[in-house]
Design a binder for this molecule. Structure first.
Ligand SMILES: [Zn+2]
Length: 256
């Protein structure tokens, strides 16, 4: 399972930024898209799937839509997920999340579209006031990609209600969680490499063995040799930790 993630635009895309009146920094759309994309990749690293990015992750280079889709098609990705933030409210209130699939989209695209909308709204509570938050969209990346594809517009960059929220790190975390929950649900992704107690015990055992194989430190050589000569320790595994019972035996041997 290969998930292609497309953080829309790049730092230099004209116009794609938050409204100055609401966000004096005029945060670029790519910054918000990439922050969410990074977090999605980070969480998905713990699941049995691969991810790839088709935007320039430094934001410096413009990657055309053709190049993005071609890269996904060449790699044989199983899903094309494009992450955007919306505009069009011009400083008014309202907005919310809109997730697109192309006209006549396959069932899997529709399933991902619905799951991403539901889970991201549930996580972010950015419900909005769109008449149809899951419309069909005649968008290049959706039409030209060879695999199921969705494009999410996760809040408006020119809305007095959305913009302050979407600028926060907490929003990006919730958004990423919502997206991953949706993918886990649709594709049945499984967590991998979780450190269970059993695995931790194996690691601990290995660590102790590695420590036990280390030679004594220079500063300890003489004292260790003396303690061995006096029968306090057998001087094996000098860098291992001693248990309370071992310490008790050593103290007893020293007192005798
Ligand atoms: Zn965009």
């Amino acid at each position: 399972m290969l998930i292609c993630i497309d953080a829309g635009h790049y730092l230099g895309t004209p116009g794609k930024r938050c409204l100055k009146r609401i966000d004096p920094q005029e945060t670029r759309e790519w910054v918000l898209n990439a922050r969410a994309a990074d977090k999605v990749q980070e969480i998905l690293a713990g699941y049995d799937c691969e991810t790839m990015r088709v935007d320039d992750v430094t934001g410096q280079e413009e990657v055309t839509l053709y190049e993005r889709v071609s890269a996904a098609n060449r790699a044989g990705a199983d899903l094309y997920l494009s992450i955007h933030h919306n505009a069009g409210i011009n400083g008014g209130s309202g907005g919310g999340i809109v997730v697109y699939a192309c006209p006549g989209a396959d069932q899997q695209s529709k399933a991902v579209q619905q799951a991403i909308y539901q889970h991201t709204v549930a996580e972010t509570r950015l419900r909005g006031n769109r008449a149809n938050p899951m419309p069909e969209g005649n968008l290049y990346v959706l039409n030209a990609s060879a695999m199921p594809a969705v494009l999410g517009e996760f809040g408006f960059m020119d809305s007095t209600t959305d913009t302050p929220q979407i600028l926060t790190e907490a929003f990006a975390d919730q958004l990423a969680r919502g997206i991953v929950e949706a993918l886990v649900e649709v594709y049945g992704l499984k967590e991998v490499d979780a450190v269970t107690y059993e695995r931790w015990k194996d690691f601990m055992k290995r660590y102790q063995q590695e420590q036990g194989q280390l030679p004594p430190s220079d500063w300890a050589q003489e004292g260790l040799a003396q303690a061995k000569a006096r029968g306090i320790t057998d001087a094996t595994r000098p860098q291992s930790e001693a248990t309370r019972q071992e310490v008790a035996l050593m103290i007893n041997a020293a007192i005798k």
